[in-house]
Design a protein around this ligand. Structure first.
Ligand code: PBG
Length: 326
């Protein structure tokens, strides 16, 4: 009789070692990608108020910081830049001397083994705060592609290891793949923010990057949160356009999307544990309402269990010290 009292599921929970043997998901530092905000100036480590423990870091402090990230065993960083000024075309996003271009060069010179992923978008660089080019109060998809292309190429020239387009413009992966290939960068993988939802969980990030849309919102290009079949379509489209890694973002409220994407596609899958998810854990933890480290560990384990192969998380550094490095 295959039920109680013959079956006792507690047998495998009796000893720590037994639990280790039957553990189905092992979160590891090697799964982590750590996002960073880079800013101009000297000796700057500006607090980001809604993201305790996260900073806007100036270039001169970057070398030391990336060294400590590597020492923790974190294999990759994802870079976001705060430009010196914003304009309607997001010019600094594709300037050869832009903040991200400088940061990439510096990291690759001083810490060549650290994988540098660059976010390709315009919202941090445009005065209207939208992720593309605005014409008649609309984000013009195809003209935006020309600019995103330039951003991606400038990152590749600086030495980026992975290009991550996040603007949710149709055809962005195709456009970027084509121009990378025709400029001698056919070895650079694209990590596509494929299923990126129009989420209120990005609030703290927009404070950090000062990138809130000045007019309207992002619902005309980012996905509607209730949809999941559409997420699979978005991911499929990006794969057909040449994505090497696909992403679901945010993570916590979208674990069903992660699970379905993992079942449906063979590509490596990334999940972005975004700023609002981080901020909630930090706020509750600072109030001593939860144990922040343990909750963060549980969330990231859940994201991996749901199917993510890698997790982009602001918790990466604090959790790295507590995790095995394999
Ligand atoms: C750029 C971008 C955003 C995030 C990552 N890349 C902001 C947005 O789309 O508004 C959000 C990340 C986070 O909240 O941690 N488009």
């Amino acid at each position: 009789m295959m039920r109680y009292p013959n079956v006792r599921l507690r047998r495998l929970r009796r000893l720590k070692g037994l639990q280790t043997l039957v553990r189905e998901t092992n979160l590891s530092v090697s799964d982590f990608i750590y996002p960073m905000f880079i800013t101009y100036g000297r000796n700057k480590r500006d607090n980001i108020e809604p993201m305790p423990g996260m900073y806007r870091l100036s270039l001169d402090l970057l070398v030391e910081e990336t060294e400590s990230i590597s020492k923790l065993g974190i294999p990759a960083v994802l870079l976001f830049g705060i430009p010196s000024s914003k304009d309607s075309m997001g010019t600094e996003a594709y300037s050869e001397k832009g903040i991200i271009q400088e940061a990439v060069k510096l990291i690759k010179k001083t810490n060549p083994d650290l994988i540098v992923i660059t976010d390709v978008c315009l919202c941090e660089y445009t005065n209207h705060g939208h992720c593309g080019l605005v014409e008649n109060e609309q984000v013009d998809n195809d003209r935006s592609l020309d600019l995103l292309d330039k951003v991606a190429l400038s990152h590749a020239h600086a030495g980026a290891d992975i290009i991550a387009p996040s603007s949710m413009m149709d055809g962005q992966v195709y456009a970027i793949r084509k121009s990378l290939d025709s400029n001698g960068f056919n070895q650079i993988p694209i990590m596509a923010y494929s299923a990126k939802y129009a989420s209120s969980f990005y609030g703290p990030f927009r404070v950090a990057a000062d990138s809130s849309p000045q007019l309207g919102d992002r619902k005309g290009y980012q996905m509607d949160p209730p949809n999941v079949t559409e997420a699979l379509r978005e991911i499929r489209a990006d794969i057909e356009e040449g994505a090497d890694i696909v992403m679901v973002k945010p993570a916590m409220a979208y674990m069903d999307v992660i699970a379905k994407a993992k079942m449906e596609f063979e590509l490596p899958l990334a999940a972005y544990n975004v700023s609002g998810e981080y901020a909630m854990v930090k706020a509750a933890s600072e109030n001593e309402w939860i144990n922040g480290e343990k909750v963060a560990m549980e969330i990231l384990t859940g994201i991996k269990r749901s199917g993510a192969d890698m997790v982009i998380s602001y918790h990466a550094k604090e959790l790295a010290a507590l995790l095995p490095q394999n």
